[in-house]
Design a protein around this ligand. Sequence first.
Ligand code: ATP
Ligand code: MG
Length: 659
Amino acid sequence: MPDDTVELEARLEEAESFEPPESFVAQANVADEEIYEEFEENWPECWERAGDLLDWKEDYDTVLDDGNAPFYEWFTGGSLNASANCLDRHLDDRGDEPAIEWIGELGDTRTYTYSDLHREVNEFSAALREQGVEEDDVVTLYMPMVPELPIAMLACARIGAPHSVVFAGFSADALATRMNSADSEHLVTCDGYYRRGDPLQHKEKADEGLGGVDHDVESVIVVNRLGDEYDHPMENGELDYDELISEHEGAEVEPVTRDAEDMLFLMYTSGTTGQPKGVKHTTAGYLSYAAWTSHAVLDIKPEDTYWCSADIGWITGHSYIVYGPLALGTTSVMYEGTPDYPDKDRLWEIVEEYEVDQLYTAPTAIRAFMKWGSEYPERHDLSSLRLLGTVGEPINPRAWKWYYKHIGNEDCPIVDTWWQTETGGMMVTTLPGIGTMKPGSAGPPLPGIDAKVVDTKGEEVGAGRAGYLTVNKPWPGMLRTLYNNDERFISEYWAEYSDTESDDPADWVYFPEDGAKLDEDGYITVLGRVDDVLNVSGHRLGTMEIESAIVGVEGVAEAAVVGGHHDVKGEAVYAYVITEEGYDGGDDLHERIVAGVEDAIGPIARPEEIVFTPELPKTRSGKIMRRLLEDIANEEELGDTSTLRNPEVVEDIQKKVQE
Ligand code: ATP
Ligand code: MG
């Protein structure tokens, strides 16, 4: 390596902050930093800017009705239809432009222009109606990443039937629980899909789930993805998707006029903890917020080709594959498969071929790319990229810098976006055309978002201190309640920091249940869930902080830290570690990990036990399920594994620990 490269490498390693590239700023959708002040001074009317991104059937009277906090209502008096906003209004200008570029795992592709998508959504809307789906009926979509999933979502939206998407990787049990909770009588599912080139059946799993549904199911529609590869059972009056579409060929269904506050969808969250919560999102607030953040943070323009590599079964896919991008009339890429099939350069091959402008992915993926090595992105021309994004977990600075350098060529801003299923859209992140980026720190709250870091009494902590993240004013994309459970909505998200007897909205504080740290510039570093905190000899340690120290050690790709019982210390640090290619879990690495943690945090955080493992148990969004690792560390019976994407790894790890 010539000397100047070494120097460059060193500069990048050491840098604490990065400015947005000038070329990006010059074209950014939002580039004037006065936006922060404008939103603050003009709150809540500032949110008209989000509302203006939509077409309204009937204009709204009031931006925010906070008369019954925390049951806030947004854009009241207004009415609209989400599918009309994502499709019909683009037909004149963008009818022949691609809305969805779908890429199958085997290399098969499908392009849906806005006209194509509009046509099939209309046809499927007609089919759903014919099956008896009425306005406000919840339709469950248990489907993998096939184009029929966004089509079904938009068809539901068109006829005013809220959808509830259940991630295809979830178990039969998870499907039944969600259909029961939502009293859902209609299911759209799929025969199967491909994983690493092999066909995987899905229909039998759906059938098993249906067996656990406690009420009558009116209709089951099955998409045929695998064709002749899998002769799926259709013995209970199920209907074939393709047949329905051809029966309704050319049908036109007038989009139903929905009240601003009418439910657009339910999304069950339960990735990391117990009982699923049915998060309710509404038509105007959610859609305007997804569109606004897609515009301001992802910098989406209609002529872009934008790619979010998440699964639609996760909120990220709802907001940033389907609703946000399509509301803005852009081209959204949708990939069915895994990032390492047929080879570890699959994503980069797609970026090159489709000339992708923005890529939005998760830290877990970035850590995998890092582990595989930079030779894979180097095989491809990635110069079309203009912006990179991450979501789902804190990203450690080393992974951030790898992403910045090897994918973005030091020429793309990175937005590290903190948000949740419940918030509907992004909440804390830099604006890419304005903010200095600090690797590892998400950034300031977005304009109009009043997020604070507080202590247990709700007092703001100063710079350099850790505490709990809160949101002190409502925002349009917020969840409205937990389905049929207002009580749990309050106890889960508000009770901690609000005066729950008060009628004054100023006394209501939203608690996302995440820990965070604030710096002198008001940047927020999200540390992770508050229950991911260990108590070692009376010291409170965030698992994320220890993990970040471990992942900072050369040769480590990924780490998960949990508390294991310890007679003296109370809790001890247990670390599960995945190594990078070319490293093994020998003594040398073991020692360097211990040294790395002691350097970064102190001897108190020294791991008691380090277990090298090829994989970690993960949720659909790629998050490590720590509570299972905790059960393993404490040799307790394992909790619910039905929402894991890779349940098989649990046993392997258990064996390793017992060795
Ligand atoms: P559940 O709520 O069902 O137990 P979950 O919280 O993992 O599961 P999501 O709503 O998908 O489900 O994830 C939101 C959470 O992910 C946030 O509360 C936060 O803990 C974490 N998170 C998301 N983005 C970031 C980010 N950029 N930085 C740090 N943490 C993040
Ligand atoms: Mg959560």
